[in-house]
Structure formats: C-alpha cells, structure tokens
Design a protein around this ligand. Structure first.
Ligand code: FAD
Length: 380
C-alpha cells in the first residue's frame, strides 16, 4: 500500500545553498530532510570564491577550518587591463580580510567545497535520486511526490532547487529563465605548461577588456597546485539545450589571443574548456506562500560576476534558520515574512551589481559585502 512519510522540514535540492540549509537546520535542532534529484555529485571542473561573509557561517557549522585548509587564500583581488596588464584595482584580502571582515576570503574548487558540505550531513536525512515532481498544498502539510514514487508530507518546504526551481514554479507559475546574452568558459589549466611559461600567475585576478569581456583566474588549492579560469563573453544567443557545451583552446585564442603575455600563457595552458550559458530572472515579487519558501538561485539567480551567488544562497539559509529558531516554526508566516524582509534588499542589490559586472573593477570598499555577518545581523 502507498505510504506517506511525515517530515518536519523538507529542503528540496542539496546544492550549495540546500546543503548549507540542511546543516544549519540540523544544528539548530530541527528535523530537516533534504531531497536531491541527482543520484550523486561529481567533482565538476570549476572554482568558486567564498567571502568572509559566508566563512562566518561555515565557522558556525564547524566547516571553516577544513575549507580553509583546502582552499587558496589570496592576499588581493586584482583587476587588470587584459591587453596592457595595468592594475585597475588592488582589493586587499588575506590577513586584512581576516582582521577587517572577521573571517578569511578563500577560492576553492567547488566540488571540494560541496563534498565537505555533503559529508557533514546526516546520511539518513539526505536523500539522493529524489526528483520532486509534484507539490500539493494541504491544510496542515505539503504533500511532495518524487519521481521514484516516494511521497512525503512536510510541515514546511524550502525550495533550494536552483534556477529552474519546481517550488518557484508552484508559487509563480511556469516561466523559463532568460538567457542573459553572456556565456562563460570554464577551465582547470595545465599546470606544467603554466609553470613552463616562467610567468607569475596571481592567486586571484580578473582580466578586463572592452565591453566588460573578462577572464577571472585564480588558484583553487591552498598550495596553488591547481589554477582555474572562468570567462565572461557576450554572444548573440544560446541555441543548445544542454547545460553546457565543449569549447576549445582555439576558441579561447580567437576571443582572447594577442593579449597580455600572462593571458596568452593561460590560454596556451588550456587543455579542456567548457562553455556555459548564464541565465537570469528579474527579482521575484514573492519569496514564500503558505508553507513554501525559496532560497538561493531559486529566488534570486544572477550572472556570476560578483562571485556571490552561492554566498547569497548560504546567507539566505543562515538567516532563514535564525528566523525559524527565534520566531518558532509554528508561526511560519511570520518566519517567512521576517526572512524576506531581512534578505530581499541585500540579495537584490547583489543581483543587480553582479549582473552589471562592475564589482571591484575600480578601487572600491567591499566591506558592505564581506563584513556582513548573517549570524548576527538584525532580523528585520
Ligand atoms: P544550485 O547550486 O543550482 O543547487 C540546486 C540543487 O537542486 C541541485 O543540486 C539540483 O540538482 C537540485 N534540484 C533541482 N531541481 C530539483 C528537483 N525537482 N528535485 C530535487 N532536487 C532538485 N557563486 C559564488 O558565491 N561564488 C562564485 O565564485 C561563483 N562563481 C560562479 C561561476 C559560474 C560560472 C556560475 C555559473 C555560477 C557561479 N556562482 C558563484 C553562483 C553559484 O554557483 C550559484 O549561485 C549557486 O550554485 C546557487 O546555489 P543553490 O543551492 O541556490 O542552487
């Protein structure tokens, strides 16, 4: 006979935001079950920046030291002219960030970071191979149906299911994300060829050309034995129906060839490179309804140029958990109202600046992003 299990909180999606929500909720004493469509996670070839604003959350759940020991700790974020190499800005990180912003700034392989997050979760409450297919809002619970036939009744549901969120669709109706007109090439480069060039590859540097075309390059390991870049390039359209396509060194040469020698060496050290479309949505006018609420890319996706998309998802998770703790799960309407009031302005501002691709190109004070502490910020 068909059985329906009951859970207190269901988190849909165990991406970077969902995994953080699961850990924070667990630590706060809630019984949260996380349902992820993927059968397992791979170490995708990509890097990520994690600012001090989010390292404070990882400190709270006891993962900051592990992540710090794996990731690279750049002393600066440099912005440089892609042709001349001229320094456009030198933003202090390293010890300065630890002192001024209260936690380190790291760059890390996102697969390594995600694995640390997933390993820390209770296995009996993390359910892989569970693709949410149907959501039915009932009087005292939400009935969730999964592609594998399982059905679960949840008191509350947190949609951490990314840009194509099923929860967002339930709240706001079907609407495809918009192609932003930009793609990014992602590559872990050949370290032997990089070293053979004899040039210096800075731990965190963004190379800029006209029309905001750029390459963001950085180390993803503490000993700098792995180096990664992601580009931002405007294109006419995206005609593929896959999440990404293969690119090539030749394509990189065609776009970035004849640049500063360090960029040329980076392109020359490219063995395998993939090309990803950047999708977008306008800020949503609804973050929750009834027992459903959204966080992360499900709620405020953005082009990745500020390196804060996942950071916003994890900040959301921290603030939402605090609202649940302080207000109490039974008054979930108030929990979701305070959560949205506390998060909306900041997430929307980051979304706008990220989409504009202006962040740290010129000297500016990044304290409003990095000094923010989601664990102590006043709830609105
Ligand atoms: P996701 O990471 O997309 O996770 C959603 C999860 O939900 C997935 O695991 C998915 O399988 C699952 N799911 C989806 N639908 C269902 C369903 N129906 N049922 C069950 N599970 C489901 N951010 C930073 O902070 N720093 C950076 O340096 C940075 N660099 C970036 C570079 C690039 C090129 C890109 C594209 C993004 C970058 N970002 C960065 C942004 C960051 O990757 C996203 O903002 C972040 O992954 C969002 O996390 P999320 O948990 O909301 O969603």
């Amino acid at each position: 006979m068909d059985t329906i299990e009951r859970v207190e909180i269901a988190v849909i999606g165990a991406g970077l935001g969902g995994a953080a929500a699961a850990a924070l909720l667990d630590q706060a004493g809630f019984s949260a079950h996380t349902f992820e469509q993927a059968p397992a996670f791979d170490r995708l070839g990509a890097g990520i920046h994690i600012g001090p604003n989010v390292m404070k959350i990882f400190r709270e759940i006891g993962l900051d030291e592990t992540l710090s020991s794996i990731g690279s700790h750049p002393d600066h974020w440099f912005s440089r002219d892609g042709n001349t190499g001229e320094y456009l800005s030198e933003i202090r990180l390293g010890d300065f960030a630890r002192k001024e912003y209260g936690a380190p700034y790291i760059t890390i392989h996102r697969g390594d970071m995600h694995a640390v997050q997933i390993d820390a979760l209770a296995k009996d409450r993390l359910h892989f191979d569970h693709r949410l297919t149907d959501i039915e809002e009932r009087e005292d619970h939400v009935l969730l149906s999964f592609a594998n036939g399982r059905r679960v009744a949840a008191n509350l549901v947190i949609g951490a299911d990314g840009i194509n969120s099923a929860i967002r669709e339930k709240l706001l109706g079907p609407e495809k994300p918009r192609f932003s007109g930009w793609v990014g090439h992602r590559a872990l480069v050949n370290m032997d060829r990089l070293r053979a060039s004899g040039l210096e590859f800075e731990a965190c540097v963004k190379w800029w050309w006209e029309a905001s075309r750029h390459i963001m390059a950085y180390a993803t390991k503490r000993d700098r034995s792995e180096y990664y870049y992601v580009t931002g390039v405007p294109v006419d359209g995206w005609e593929h129906d896959t999440p990404f396509v293969e690119s090539s060194r030749e394509e990189m040469e065609a776009i970035f060839g004849g640049s500063h020698p360090v960029v040329n060496a980076l392109v020359n050290a490219t063995d395998h490179v993939t090309k990803w479309p950047f999708w977008n949505r306008d800020p949503l006018n609804l973050w929750s309804r009834g027992r459903l609420c959204l966080l992360g890319d499900a709620c405020h996706p953005m082009r990745p140029h500020m390196a804060q998309g996942a950071c916003m998802a994890i900040e959301d998770a921290a603030v939402l958990t605090r609202c649940l703790t302080e207000i109490g799960e039974s008054d979930y309407a108030e929990v979701f109202r305070v959560y949205e009031n506390t998060r909306r302005e900041r997430a929307t501002k980051v979304q706008a600046i990220s989409n504009a691709n202006t962040w740290l190109k010129e000297p500016e004070d990044p304290a409003w992003v990095y000094a923010y502490d989601p664990m102590t910020v006043a709830l609105a």
